[in-house]
Design a binder for this molecule. Structure first.
Ligand SMILES: NC(=O)c1ncn([C@@H]2O[C@H](COP(=O)(O)O)[C@@H](O)[C@H]2O)c1NC=O
Length: 202
């Protein structure tokens, strides 16, 4: 099954996988707490605005994962002190689904939300996941690893993630049977202390 890009988001571990039929020549590059999805040096030129972006951004109040340019404003709103639910919801709503041939949804999540955050019920680290599609804006707290993908699995649903560490999470989602894996990133930890890892296959 092809589900396109997907995130898995839990309170202390999360991951993002790029799967792609159209733009497979891409890699995940880590610089400190940021993972950028970008074309490989041998990739054909494209003017598609949706294929290069930061897919992970770590902040002091949670680690953001997602499939496009909304990751940056979500991280910035967290850093500004917005509650996690609102930091996730506002950029999804204002940027909306992608204006491509597929109306590709934007998907995102925040891992390791500070226990003080007013929009989670968690005593320890919390997590929020969301998507904006043509027909919905869904944003909710989750207490177990939860998947949302761009296609098919396009509403948050429980996901059986074994990994508890960033590197293992990146590998696990890369190796998942969903088709056309390209690259992946993993994150684990809690606010103020996150590990980030990327995996681009062998
Ligand atoms: N985030 C990404 O890495 C990404 N890769 C491709 N897209 C969009 O999704 C469309 C379909 O891509 P594909 O056939 O690779 O699933 C592309 O034309 C592009 O508009 C993306 N946008 C959202 O997922």
């Amino acid at each position: 099954m092809y589900v396109g890009r997907f995130v898995v988001v839990g309170p202390e571990v999360g991951a993002y996988r790029v799967s792609s039929r159209s733009f497979p020549n891409r890699q995940a590059v880590q610089r400190d707490g940021t993972v950028t999805v970008e074309p490989t040096p041998d990739a054909p030129e494209t003017d598609n605005p949706y294929i290069s972006y930061n897919g992970v951004r770590v902040t002091e109040r949670g680690a953001v994962v997602g499939n496009g340019s909304h990751v940056d404003p979500i991280a910035e709103k967290l850093e500004l002190g917005y509650p996690a639910r609102d930091a996730l919801a506002e950029p999804l709503l204002s940027l909306d689904f992608e204006k491509d041939d597929y109306d590709t949804p934007r998907i995102a999540g925040i891992v390791g939300v500070d226990a003080e955050d007013p929009t989670t019920n968690a005593d320890g680290p919390g997590a929020v996941v969301g998507t904006v599609r043509r027909d919905a804006l869904l944003v909710e707290e989750v207490t177990e690893p939860t998947l949302v993908a761009t296609y098919e699995e396009d509403s948050p649903t429980a996901f059986d993630l074994d990994a508890t560490a960033a590197e293992a999470a990146a590998r696990e989602v890369y190796d998942h049977e969903f088709e056309h894996a390209v690259c992946a990133a993993g994150v684990n930890g809690a606010a103020g202390d996150f590990d980030v890892s990327v995996y681009n296959g062998e």
